[in-house]
Design a protein around this ligand. Structure first.
Ligand code: ZN
Length: 375
């Protein structure tokens, strides 16, 4: 104790010496020296000094454990209280508890300082300079074909049509036979076909989805069938061997060619604008009778004639016609009772007309210089 007369240690603090319960008690001469050195170590001033030197909360915690922890120095002393004679125990206990509270307060005060310093350091490290220019994030957008297809779907949905889908690998029977083209029928030459087996092929149009629909639904039927189709075409500026189609089918009692013209004229007005005029030119398909090609006036020349429309003033946009009675019969629908019309258009062709794109292959090349022109 006398080693630290001015250090403010416990002994110097007065209460141990004055209390005399350990040093003066003399009842425990063997433990006396040991106890004295413990007192010295855990003295308030020394702890305060050590506290000041800690630079982090973990260092402070180490100090707390060493002093007040389960195996800490003060804890060890508290355990030894029981060794004291009962008349001294109470006083010593009170002093030790008082000391404990003082040490806890010192530790808590230092913890507060260290926490604030840690927060300040973190705020400084994480500081964001809001005046720096930002990085521009490149954002993708819908492919022009998707936008065109969705636009077509929206128009027919608003007219009360359902969207139906079917497999791209199809039976010959759905792709040709049920559509009034038995095997060896010369009309099959209109579709250069990728065969997988003798009876299975990559669908050449989405018409087989109409067959599947008529076989499973009872009229009235109002559907469109969008999807990918395949043809063994020589690839050029306007032909690909893979392309999107949207076909439509209406079957009900009393459906006439006038209904066909009305619905498709509404579609063109919505898709291309009400100023475009249309006409229907007789044509041939094995699965419709009568059949027609629908033409729309050229948007570039307004019908005057230009290179975009082959100087005709007209652009062909889809094939259509009244559903052939044999097709209805093939699907179990009585043509004496029900009639219908059907139509089909190439989505690429509609997109080319809509965006004035001269080359069909651009759609599949994934050239960002091309695609970013259609945000
Ligand atoms: Zn033109």
């Amino acid at each position: 104790m006398s080693k630290h007369p001015a250090g403010g240690y416990l002994a110097a603090g007065g209460y141990l010496a004055a209390g005399g319960y350990l040093a003066a008690g003399g009842y425990h001469p063997a433990g006396q020296k040991e106890l004295h050195s413990d007192w010295a170590i855990i003295a308030q001033d020394q702890l305060a000094e050590e506290c000041r030197k800690t630079e982090s909360l973990s260092q402070l915690e180490e100090l707390r454990v060493r002093t007040l922890g389960k195996k800490g120095q003060l804890t060890a002393l508290l355990r030894r209280l029981g060794d004291l004679p009962s008349e001294q125990r109470r006083d010593a206990g009170a002093r030790l508890n008082h000391l404990k509270q003082s040490l806890e307060a010192i530790l808590a005060a230092r913890a507060e300082v260290l926490e604030e310093a840690a927060i300040s350091r973190r705020l400084l490290a994480e500081r964001v300079d809001v005046t720096l220019p930002g990085f521009q994030v490149r954002v993708g957008h819908r492919h022009p074909l998707c936008r065109t297809l969705e636009g077509i779907e929206d128009i027919f949905l608003s007219l009360g049509f359902d969207i139906v889908e079917g497999p791209e690998v199809e039976w010959d029977s759905n792709n040709f036979e049920a559509l009034n083209m038995p095997a060896e029928h010369p009309a099959r030459d209109m579709w250069d076909t990728y065969y997988i087996t003798e009876r299975m092929l990559l669908r050449t149009h989405t018409s087989p989805v109409q067959i599947r629909t008529m076989k499973t639904r009872k009229p009235p039927i109002r559907v469109i069938a969008p999807g990918i189709t395949y043809r063994h075409e020589a690839i050029d500026a306007t032909h690909m061997d893979i392309f999107y189609q949207v076909e439509g089918l209406v079957v009900d009692r009393g459906i006439s060619f006038a209904n066909l013209k009305g619905v498709l004229s509404l579609f063109v007005a919505e898709a291309f604008g009400p100023e475009r005029i249309t006409k229907f030119v007789p044509s041939y398909f094995p699965f419709t009778e009568p059949s027609a090609e629908m033409m729309v006036s050229c948007g570039l020349c307004g019908g005057e004639g230009c290179s975009g429309c082959g100087h005709s003033g007209w652009l062909e946009i889809m094939g259509c016609g009244q559903v052939h009675p044999q097709v209805l019969r093939n699907c179990g629908i009585d043509p004496e009772d029900f009639t219908g019309f059907a139509f089909g258009m190439g989505v690429e062709r509609i997109a080319m007309l809509r965006f004035n794109i001269p080359e069909i292959r651009l759609f599949l090349e994934n050239d960002s210089q091309f695609l970013k022109q259609f945000p």
